[in-house]
Ligand binder design. Structure first.
Ligand code: PLP
Length: 407
């Protein structure tokens, strides 16, 4: 008898964004002329930078001639991209990362979802609350949690991120082994200071723990004092893995390219407590289960690091940050407390009511889609997330409608 993995039965019935999609579809069917504006799911709307498009075309042309054609590439990514990442994203920022510590992939969702495979099934997991749901669900699938009860999975340690701690959680009060952190944060838009991040690195070093640091939104950091990489913190190379993606950096959500950094010194422990290097294990996992990102896409990602590419990425992220600033200004003017939207494309708004109720209010009265905070965890109840990923005109129109609906 073929048995399923029972852990899958513990998963909450539906993914947050499919719930939202259902409600929006129902509303649009009933109101076909409403002109719904979507500031919900964190998907970019603007075209790829021209430098990336040029490189992508060139890559495709190379595939069109036998003399320049490429078949399977290295699973870990081509050297030209791994080298460009190490130099531009790390070494030039004063963080020590070598090209062979960079693993190119087709997305950070996969990487931060897959990484937990390397660790014991009884590892104690700490996740932020509110949280990017992938960290939680992949650990549920792997059997590291008990059943869902009263809005949380048993067995996980939830790191509460609230207005009181400026959405940077305190160190756990019980021992944990694997810690997920995400800054700039999805969904709160919060950022972390170097001192705060150092506390986490020190915690991991003192407690033989490991940090999975998700920096998917690093391209939105403008404040020079905010750390871009966890490797800016002394001692992090032994205790941290970092994820980055071209999705929100350069509009690659539909093109797919990302990377994970696993430093050579990064360590975990075997059952006898002996130190084991994580780098060869991730290399083994990645090369066994993944066959590389397509050559033209890696060339497009490489173009991000040209002078033109850097300027275009800045212009693209500035555009969304400008939307975010407008959202902050207009929602604050309506009297709502909010966080994020500076150094981040997300604005986290305290609603004063149930998250879904407020979501429905904005959908029904303003034809604007947001994301109910409660979908990201218990601490998200009473909040909504507004995304700055849309055209400036649509954001302005959405804010006019929200002001009319709530004003
Ligand atoms: N990490 C966070 C925090 C995200 O919000 C997202 C996407 O929304 C991802 C990772 C996934 O990015 P990718 O498109 O590279 O899979």
């Amino acid at each position: 008898m073929i048995r399923i993995n029972d852990n899958y039965l513990k998963l909450q019935a539906s993914y947050l964004f499919s719930d939202i999609a259902k409600r929006v579809a129902g509303f649009e069917e009933a109101n076909p002329d409403a002109g719904v504006i979507k500031l919900g799911i964190g998907d970019v709307t603007r075209a790829l930078p021209e430098s990336c498009i040029t490189a992508l075309h060139k890559g495709v042309e190379e595939m069109a001639a036998d003399s320049t054609f490429r078949g399977y590439g290295p699973e870990q990514g081509y050297d030209f991209l791994r080298e460009a990442v190490a130099v531009n994203d790390y070494q030039s920022a004063g963080a020590e990362v070598q090209a062979d510590e960079v693993f190119i992939s087709d997305g950070s969702k996969c990487d931060c979802g897959n990484m937990q495979e390397l660790f014991a099934v009884n590892a104690k997991i700490a996740v932020p609350d509110p949280v990017y749901p992938v960290y939680v669900d992949t650990n549920v699938m792997a059997g590291r949690t008990a059943a869902w009860s009263e809005g949380r999975y048993g067995g996980l340690v939830y790191l509460e991120s609230t207005a009181d701690n400026h959405y940077v959680p305190a160190l756990p009060s019980e021992p944990v082994d694997l810690i997920y952190l995400c800054f700039p944060n999805n969904p709160t838009g919060a950022t972390v200071t170097k001192d705060e991040l150092k506390q986490w690195v020190d915690y991991a070093r003192e407690n033989d723990a490991l940090i999975l640091y998700d920096a998917a939104y690093v391209a939105y950091i403008r404040d020079e004092s905010i750390p871009k990489s966890i490797y800016e913190i002394d001692g992090a190379r032994e205790v941290a893995i970092e994820f980055r993606s071209y999705s929100k950096t350069a509009g690659f959500t539909g093109t797919r390219c990302a990377y994970t950094v696993v430093p050579k010194e990064c360590r975990a422990f075997d059952a006898e407590g002996n130190r084991q290097d994580v780098h060869p294990l991730w290399n083994r996992r990645h090369t066994t289960k993944f066959n590389g990102v397509s050559y033209p896409v890696q060339r497009a990602a490489e173009a991000v690091y040209t002078e033109q590419g850097k300027a275009e990425v800045k212009e693209l992220t500035d555009y969304y940050l400008n939307n975010a600033a407008l959202i902050r200004e207009r929602i604050s003017a309506l009297g709502y407390d909010l966080a994020g939207g500076k150094n981040s494309p997300y604005i986290w708004v305290r609603t004063g009511t149930d998250s879904w109720e407020f979501f429905d209010l904005l959908l029904n009265k303003a034809s604007v889609v947001t994301t109910p905070g409660s979908g990201f965890g218990a601490c998200g109840q009473g909040y909504i997330r507004i995304s700055a990923f849309n055209s400036y005109e649509n954001v302005e129109e959405a804010l006019d409608r929200i002001s009319a609906a709530l004003g």
